[in-house]
Design a protein around this ligand. Structure first.
Ligand SMILES: [Fe+2]
Length: 294
């Protein structure tokens, strides 16, 4: 297994990892170590089918089940996989029904499933079909972001808790999103603003879903979130991943953010499938965490 850094701050590619072979304790330890250091790892040439992806992912944690009714799912895509595609059930490009303002919000930097009571551990996204132009995924190392924050800001946020609210985040940007039924599913959830990452470094935990600070008035909390988001999304913290077919990109949601970038979705096919792992193998009784994953 060869590991090549892809950015001065984080992110690496892993060459020579045979994902079709049994996932031995040695492989688990090597990938966990690479993730603890780089936070985003690109396994090249991981041409896995859905069941292989599930098997590989389960070696690192329990899989969160994606939301959505069975009837709305693309036939042939395993239930455990979040389907990132512009294809319909027949494999043809489906016309987009999303309005541009909603699309723009969805392309903001975020972590996956911050509306679960526990943050997710990793997301593993496999590129089956990738557009030749566009559709990069941009990543930010929030450990590096935290490290660079002024000391006064670090002191201020050390014990603060951010409120993550999917629907509130849309409303804050003037967009009505989803149905009342969906709203009941995606609850407002508090998460500490500062986390300790797997490698031991502190990381900022925010994203566009964050709307304010627990116990702070709306305006002041929103302003602090916006200030931190603006600081974190500076170009120097961003690794832009240009997809190759067969890339399995693994990112640690606890110390990175990511954002989709546009592509000509009426022209190019895209078929990427994601498994998402819980932070812990076992959820506390009554946890909301098993409900959703986006
Ligand atoms: Fe995401």
């Amino acid at each position: 297994m060869q590991i090549n850094p892809l950015h001065p701050l984080f992110a690496a590619e892993i060459i020579g990892l045979d994902t079709s072979a049994p996932v031995t304790p040695e492989i688990v330890a090597a990938v966990e170590a690479a993730m603890a250091e780089y936070a985003v790892c690109v396994v090249r040439d991981a041409n896995l089918d859905d069941q292989d992806q599930i098997r590989f992912s389960r070696a690192f944690g329990e899989i969160e089940m994606p939301p959505g009714a069975e009837a709305s799912r693309r036939p042939g895509v395993a239930r455990e996989l979040f389907d990132v595609t512009n294809l319909d059930a027949n494999g043809e490009i489906a016309p987009s029904t999303m309005d541009p303002k909603t699309q723009k919000i969805l392309e903001g930097f975020h972590t996956d499933s911050p509306f679960n009571t526990l943050p997710t551990k990793w997301s593993l996204l496999l590129g089956h079909i990738v557009p030749p132009v566009g559709a990069n995924t941009n990543y930010i190392d929030t450990r590096a972001v935290y490290q660079d924050l002024p000391q006064a800001t670090k002191d201020r946020i050390e014990h603060l808790v951010a409120v993550h609210d999917l629907f509130g985040a849309f409303e804050r940007r003037g967009v009505k999103f989803g149905t009342e039924e969906m709203r009941k599913q995606f609850l407002s959830v508090p998460h500490p603003l500062v986390r300790t990452s797997a490698g031991g470094r502190k990381a900022l935990y925010i994203g566009w879903h964050a709307v304010g600070i627990d116990g702070m008035d709306e305006e002041e909390g929103g302003a602090l979130i916006d200030e931190l988001y603006a600081f974190a999304t500076q170009d120097k913290y961003i690794y832009s991943h240009k997809w190759r077919q067969g890339d399995l990109v693994i990112w640690d949601n606890r110390c990175t953010m990511h954002a989709a970038t546009p592509y000509e979705r009426a022209v190019y096919q895209r078929d990427c499938r994601r498994t998402t792992l819980y932070e812990f193998a076992e959820q506390p009784a009554g946890s909301k965490a098993e409900r959703v994953a986006v």
